[in-house]
Design a protein around this ligand. Structure first.
Ligand SMILES: C[S@@+](CC[C@H](N)C(=O)[O-])C[C@H]1O[C@@H](n2cnc3c(N)ncnc32)[C@H](O)[C@@H]1O
Length: 189
């Protein structure tokens, strides 16, 4: 098995120092790396919710040897933004401070999106789908409703699942792995 990339280990340590509890878990991280590695030349990749930078680090690890891609990651918590910006990232990583939902229409189109914030996932999902390029892949985790004691949140998870399964623009699959992962690819039409 491939070792955990050093940048990911550093980001996990940062999350510990910041007492940030919500970093992505396996197998989401390695999946992000594998999907980032498969993106086309000059790919644009978006993460909604930077947290402590663990998901960003996995995405970057999949881009090893490339300088053509762009990774945009959006985080509303300015303390997290400052802490993550302090780490050394490749120049193609852009850490944007702000609320992802109103920002989404201004960010352009993306070949890979990791929707991992309230905004653009539990609310405003349609905005996220709208910025997926044809052939672009959307990854949403935390999709196992059984994880949530709150019936309202379980209903939200089911609504998001249903939207991703039934949207005619998407081909989607639910993976019962980790926290529950849905992958939805935007069709070429
Ligand atoms: C699950 S964590 C992200 C973990 C990170 N993607 C990773 O893989 O390690 C969700 C993050 O979304 C941020 N967030 C919540 N609402 C947001 C919003 N409206 N816009 C941008 N970020 C938001 C939270 O502050 C939190 O850091």
């Amino acid at each position: 098995m491939r070792a955990v990339p050093e940048r990911v280990t550093e980001s996990i340590r940062r999350a510990g120092r910041l007492a940030f509890p919500a970093s992505c878990e396996d197998p989401t991280g390695p999946l992000l790396a594998a999907l980032a590695a498969a993106t086309p030349p000059h790919a644009r990749i978006l993460e909604l919710g930077t947290g402590a930078g663990v998901g960003t680090a996995w995405l970057v690890s999949g881009l090893t040897g490339r300088t053509d891609a762009t990774v945009v990651t959006v985080e509303i918590d300015t303390e997290l933004v400052a802490a993550v910006r302090e780490a050394g990232w490749p120049p193609y990583v852009e850490i944007v401070a702000g609320d992802a939902e109103p920002l989404l229409p201004e960010l352009g189109r993306f070949n890979l999106i990791f929707a991992d914030a309230v905004a653009g996932k539990w609310t405003g999902l349609d905005r996220t789908i709208s910025v997926l390029a044809p052939g672009g892949v959307l990854v949403v985790d935390d999709m196992d409703p059984a994880r949530y004691p709150d019936p309202e949140h379980r209903a939200t998870v089911r609504r998001v699942e249903q939207t991703l399964a039934e949207d005619p623009r998407l081909a989607s699959v639910q993976l019962r792995a980790g926290t529950g992962i849905t992958i939805a690819t935007r069709c070429h039409q």
